[in-house]
Write a protein that binds this ligand. Structure first.
Ligand code: TYD
Ligand code: MG
Length: 452
């Protein structure tokens, strides 16, 4: 019989303690240490299988390791492939996190239905009927996907052994539990144990496993930070639930860059890949309205044209309000201070509201110039020609600063039919004969001259 014991875990960082204490000495968080019953497994649960898929580990000279033989599994989803760096690597563990209701289950179910391989979708959250109903909406004709509603890892592995799937999807890691650990599902020790068993299974059979993970209210994946260290890839599914756009990012990727980004649109029949995001994010208006400006931003490696809207009005109450959606409020305050000081605008008695359309959040500093332009435009009530766009950072002394990969932004703007793009004079641009006019500016005053 294994020895039963209890251990104290920090629910924030997963550090183990022998006794209770008020503050975690590792992450310095208060009141996060909880007692959990732990029964140490005598042996891990995924028994090394006798299947021919088993890989043996022999030391190899680094030059002899053949990387070309490691084909990636095509997910038949262009956006997911791009974020993963070209497909799923056999034997890898991928964790997909995101807010409740954002579409994690929909995305992975849709992917598993579209795969030509034998797929096992394990759900601890929904019944087989519920999943079938959803599957009918997103992809009604598939016969390669098996659905299992089970939460005990021992039973899951038993099914895997008989089914021998090519890919396993777990929805979600927080619902799994292993018999070897006494504490309840979702606790630190359960998550750690279940993930360890799954890693062992994935590495030994070269079967990729995709896990869905819940996130806490501050946006981190629920469970210990160590979970993110254990898996190969951490993907984050983001977006505003009131909008249709969803963004898939890689926070960690052992097999590719974390700069790539996937964009989806949530529709009645599941998630649709968006391959031309710029065209969708800019509303095609006939009239020119004041307060609108278009920024040529980069999300990871992808150029995105994004519309910024500002409303500047006289403050009704003593303290003016500043509110920003999709943009850092501190950065907005900074830009307002620069406008006040460098361009002589009296914004101190004005309410300023800023909105990035499409429900996306931008942290590319190149959006600064468009933010400033939209505020100026609303304040002066003059509209910016709708074929103008902007790509530059604004510095504290009102200087227009260069941004990275400016040529890529210019080409995207040109492709979408913009007539003029405002960029910093200090950007090195070797593009020639562009149809788009490249307007170089060096300080805030230059922009004011053009717009007002
Ligand atoms: P879900 O995948 O269950 O979210 P998660 O697993 O991240 O909690 O789905 C979230 C929402 O997506 C749900 O509220 C309804 C919506 N949805 C659609 O709009 N269209 C669809 O085809 C599907 C399947 C879901
Ligand atoms: Mg779900």
């Amino acid at each position: 019989m294994a020895k039963v014991k209890t251990t104290f875990f920090c629910q924030n960082c997963g550090t183990q303690f022998a006794k209770w204490q008020g503050q975690c000495t590792a992450c310095k968080d208060w009141n996060t240490i909880v007692e959990e019953l732990v029964q140490k497994p005598e042996k891990s649960d995924w028994k090394t299988p006798t299947s021919p898929k088993k890989r043996s580990a022999v030391p190899l000279l680094i030059n002899q390791i053949d990387t070309s033989k490691e084909p990636r599994l095509n997910t038949f989803d262009g956006e997911l492939n791009r974020v993963l760096g070209g497909g799923i690597v056999p034997g890898s563990l991928t964790l997909l996190g995101g807010e409740p209701g954002i579409g994690k289950s929909t995305l992975l179910l849709q992917v598993s239905l579209g795969l030509p391989y034998k797929t096992l979708y394990v759900s601890g959250e929904e019944s087989q009927k519920q999943i079938k109903m959803r599957a009918e909406r997103v992809n009604p004709n598939n016969s390669n996907c098996y659905i299992l509603t089970e939460t005990k890892t021992q039973n899951i592995f038993k099914q895997i052994e008989t089914l021998e799937p090519d890919i396993v999807i777990i929805d979600s890691i927080q619902t799994l539990h292993s018999d070897y650990i006494e504490s309840s599902s979702g606790s630190i020790s359960q998550i750690k144990e279940c993930t360890t068993e799954l890693i062992k299974f994935a590495k030994e059979t070269a079967t990729p496993v995709l896990l869905i993970g819940h996130i806490t209210k501050d946006g981190h994946i629920a469970g210990p930070k160590i979970l993110e260290h254990m898996v190969d890839t951490v993907l984050q599914f983001e977006g505003d639930r009131n909008h249709v756009f969803r963004i898939l990012r890689a926070h960690k990727n052992r097999f590719g860059s974390t700069n790539e980004l996937g964009i989806y649109e949530m529709q009645g029949s599941g998630l649709r890949e968006v391959s031309n995001p710029s065209e969708i994010l800019i509303s095609k208006k006939d009239e020119e309205l004041s307060g609108n400006a278009i920024a040529a931003t980069l999300e990871g490696m992808r150029p995105l044209m994004i519309e910024v809207q500002a409303l500047v009005s006289t403050a009704v109450y003593g303290t003016p309000q500043r509110s920003a959606t999709g943009f850092n409020a501190k950065r907005l305050n900074m830009l307002l201070a620069v406008l006040e000081k460098r361009a002589g605008f009296r914004l101190g008695a004005k309410d300023v509201f800023l909105n990035i359309t499409g429900g996306i959040t931008v942290d590319d500093p190149a959006i600064d110039l468009a933010v400033v332009a939209s505020i100026l435009s609303s304040n002066e009530d003059v509209s910016i020609p709708k074929d103008y766009c902007f790509a530059a950072e604004v510095g504290l002394s009102g200087e227009i600063r260069p941004v990275q990969r400016v040529e890529q932004r210019i080409l995207e703007a040109e492709k979408l039919g913009f007539a003029t793009i405002f960029v910093s004079k200090y950007n090195k641009i070797s593009l020639q004969n562009t149809a788009i006019k490249i307007q170089l500016i060096s300080k805030m005053e230059d922009l004011v001259d053009f717009l007002v």
